[in-house]
Design a protein. Sequence first.
Length: 426
Amino acid sequence: MKLMKKVLLVLLLAIVAGAGGLYWAGTRDDSSTGPAAAAADASTLIERGRYLASAGNCMACHTSRGGKALAGGTPIPTPFGTVYGPNITPDEKTGIGAWTADDFWQALHNGKSRDGTLLYPAFPYTEYTRVTRADSDALFAYLRSMPPVSQPSRPPELESPYDQRALLAAWRALYFKPGVLEADAGQSAQWNRGRYLVEGLGHCAACHTPRNRLGALRSDQPLAGGEIPALDWYAPPLTNDMQTGLGRWSAEDIAALLKTGMSRHSSASGPMAEVVLGSSQHLSDDDALAIGVYLKSLPAVPTADPPSAPVSAAAMELGGKIYRQQCAQCHQPAGEGSGTAWPALAGNPTVTAPSPVNAIRMVLDGGYAPATAANPRPHGMPPFGQLLNDGDIAMLVSYIRNSWGNEAGGVTPLEVKRARAASTRN
């Protein structure tokens, strides 16, 4: 019995000593519980927030040309007037330095400022409401890490009655319902990630879904393409319509455009080129592909776009002659393009979109795909606006919109004239 007691005592002391050793070893490990661990966790959160801010393209609306990062002042034109991106640096008086993480979440999720003021939906809280609280907190941590800039936010300049902020309560009752996006258990993790980025942080619908007269997104035509009237560009459909959308694209094609600004089917131009330059090129390969996977699951959506003008045989003949003289050397006689240097025109959504404005503006002004890390020296297209008159451009664009399997309708000289005027304004 005495021997048994001694054995038990030794075992007990061993257990206590072992526990004490484990406990002290744990408390001495500053990397897991001490200041160093806290700093590492904060750094990780900030870096996550940096990535999310890039994915959401926050700089585009909150950094004015030539201005300091995130200090606001960027004009955001709308059919109702101009809204200016506010200062979201951690300056306590003019930025969000006095905000809490709860205040920031309220802005993203509920579209309300710190004091409860209703925000104009030019800030896409109608999409940001789907962002998770964890991602909101990471974004806030990143913004708080930026240098504070003392710069008062510029008030909106809206026409009456849209300048009456109280009217937003009625608009929200009709068109806004806050809610985090729940994962679809019937879909893959990759599909759900793509959906989260497209419908939430990426706020793709803000441009690619048509709007009604009050500026609300048309819920019956999700991602079916839409005019960007204040910018005079058209955001093409992201559905799988074979003529006007992504029906001929693969998920990898979509990912390539997001990462490089180029794909075998098209290149990014206009506002989308700016999105690629400032945002989507920085997506991880997995996230870019997830977006492609999700978009490839979307069915074609019928649109109510007005029919395009018919094209006469004479216009097609003259347009073809201009094409062979000015375009075929790069885009090839059958519109098949030359790899990603000169994109194909056959099946190109920029060409076949319900609205011809993008194709017209490319002929008028030329341009470059965005210079990205993966494609730092993209090939450019020269402008033809000084060489060709409105009638010539109308026939040329009509030709490329109705050749090689394209069935997009014709273009009138008046449409070219309007696009030329818009190009001059912008």
